[in-house]
Design a protein around this ligand. Structure first.
Ligand SMILES: Nc1ncnc2c1ncn2[C@@H]1O[C@H](COP(=O)(O)OP(=O)(O)OP(=O)(O)O)[C@@H](O)[C@H]1O
Ligand SMILES: [Mg+2]
Length: 266
């Protein structure tokens, strides 16, 4: 059952798959179905959480919730609201969520560039020889005022080292990029065990302030758009060629994500 599946939309199911490998599990934020009780417990434990649709994409409906000294703060889109009590916060969230399945996930305090959060999209594909190969890493800086980095939400795409070097230095930057590729390879291996028909995965990886990488999400139908905004065109060319070899055609008309300004490109 399921062995021919190529796409999985439930983030909860995908999280459970990555948790099967203990080397990956250490890099996965705790993720549970959204309930009032799970929200309260996660906020007590983690202080900051993300609330997101189980079947969402493009950053739509993804919200950041923080516990303050007194009360709570909810950040959705470019708007933030505060609530003096957890009850008020829960009511507001339940109104936004309606009957859709939602998740509550431990929030990662990610690295920032000019005050804006950033994270990474790591693409891994089966190459024409049938072996998993990491074909690109792109960094995504959130639109000013937003708590999500998605290009479709106005994020800006950078070459990873441009953002990592000032935060981590050369040695740790190289180590982190190698670590991200290893996490992608482990993820591909654990998905392949159950879903051998899969050919590509796109990991959303955030790096916290102690430079630990966290796998926020695994996309089973990854969007190549971030890679079209990089100065180095060789990545997107390879991604498209590998995709073509296993019968995938990408839409490369990417209008929402922005290119990094020339001065910041290496
Ligand atoms: N636990 C978290 N900690 C910190 N930031 C997060 C967390 N979860 C999500 N984010 C931010 O929100 C963005 C969107 O979340 P996520 O990738 O889970 O959903 P999505 O983008 O809607 O799904 P898809 O990638 O399939 O389009 C992430 O790229 C990241 O910037
Ligand atoms: Mg995502």
């Amino acid at each position: 059952m399921g062995s021919k599946l190529k796409y999985i939309s439930s983030k909860l199911l995908k999280t459970r798959i990555v948790l099967r490998d203990p080397r990956l599990a250490r890099h996965v934020p705790s993720t549970e179905p959204f309930t009032k009780e799970n929200l309260a417990a996660a906020l007590r434990r983690d202080g900051m959480v993300y609330v997101k649709p189980d079947h969402g994409s493009l950053g739509v409906g993804v919200m950041k919730v923080e516990r303050l000294e007194a009360g709570y703060r909810l950040h959705s889109g470019v708007k933030a609201s505060t609530f003096p009590t957890i009850r008020g916060l829960q009511q507001s969230l339940l109104k936004r969520i309606g009957t859709k399945p939602y998740l509550v996930q431990q929030g990662i305090r990610v690295l920032r560039y000019e005050g804006r959060p950033f994270d990474f999209r790591v693409m891994i594909q089966k190459n024409p020889a049938g072996r998993w190969e990491c074909t690109g890493i792109a960094a995504r800086v959130a639109h000013p005022g937003k708590a999500v980095t998605n290009g479709s939400q106005g994020g800006t795409i950078f070459t990873p080292s441009t953002l990592l070097l000032p935060a981590a230095g050369r040695h740790k930057t190289d180590r982190l990029l190698r670590h991200m590729k290893r996490l992608a390879a482990l993820t591909a291996a654990v998905f392949s065990r159950t879903y051998p028909a899969m050919h590509e995965l796109g990991l959303d990886i955030a790096v916290d302030r102690r430079l630990k990488p966290w796998v926020l999400e695994v996309n089973t139908r990854p969007d190549p758009c971030p890679f079209t905004k990089l100065e180095d065109r060789t990545l997107v060319k390879k991604i498209v060629a590998y995709g073509q070899a296993y019968g995938r055609r990408y839409c490369l008309n990417c209008t929402k994500a922005r290119k990094a300004p020339p001065k910041s490109r290496p």
